[in-house]
Design a protein around this ligand. Structure first.
Ligand SMILES: C[S@@+](CC[C@H](N)C(=O)[O-])C[C@H]1O[C@@H](n2cnc3c(N)ncnc32)[C@H](O)[C@@H]1O
Length: 208
């Protein structure tokens, strides 16, 4: 099992824990709010490639009632961070080490999230994951895939978008004005990042 290259150094881990994690929380919360209600409200969110667990937590907190969270990642450090995030936010659930491609999908109605994860998969793993997500949606779960706007880093996107749209889902691009907590904004500015906007693209199945 690979250990998850996104967190291979202390610098990368610090950047995720302090900056990208909170940013992904705000972005996914914005996307879920904009997409509106799921046709069947998820009782549980499966966060595939959870990282620090913020993206899944954002969705779980938007569910009515708040959903339980199941976080899965190859990387041990990430799994511990995801546990910490869920605990701090008062979410029930668990975080475990595992591979998104072979992870058992929860019974519907669940929410299945892959935020900034599909891009990290090798071609063969991506090809295995897509039909599993489509089948989960047919079975009554809600599926959300989030990636950066730049298509340069996700050449697979058009194929996934076509598959999701022909299954009745939707593709969106998002640009939200960023209202960041001061410390987060300062961190971004100090690193030369554009902190004025939260942006991303998504594929969604099972929302109205
Ligand atoms: C860019 S991070 C995104 C983390 C989180 N979803 C977020 O939005 O902040 C990608 C995550 O996917 C994990 N990952 C990559 N390949 C994986 C696989 N095959 N199975 C499980 N996790 C994987 C990495 O360890 C990393 O935590």
């Amino acid at each position: 099992m690979r250990s998850g290259a996104a967190f291979s150094g202390r610098g990368k881990r610090a950047a995720f824990a302090l900056y990208y994690g909170p940013l992904h929380f705000l972005l996914v919360r914005g996307i879920v709010r904009s997409l509106g209600s799921a046709r069947r409200s998820p009782r549980r969110i499966l966060d595939l490639g959870c990282g620090t667990g913020t993206a899944g937590a954002a969705w779980a907190l938007e569910c009515e009632p708040t959903a339980e969270i199941v976080s899965v990642d190859l990387n041990r450090w990430a799994v511990n961070e995801a546990r910490w995030t869920a605990g701090r936010l008062g979410l029930r659930g668990r975080a475990t080490r595992g591979d998104v491609v072979s992870e058992k999908l929860p019974r519907p109605p669940a929410g299945i999230l892959a935020a900034f994860t599909v891009n990290e998969l090798e071609h063969a793993s991506r090809a295995r994951l897509l039909p599993r997500l489509l089948d989960a949606a047919v079975a009554g779960s809600t599926v959300l895939v989030v990636e950066p706007l730049s298509r340069r880093v996700s050449p697979w996107w058009p194929e996934w978008a076509a598959a999701v749209e022909s299954a009745g889902g939707r593709e969106d691009e998002w640009r939200f004005p960023a209202v960041l907590p001061r410390t987060l904004a300062l961190l971004g500015k100090a690193s030369g990042l554009d902190t004025r906007q939260l942006s991303g693209r998504s594929l969604a199945l099972g929302f109205y």
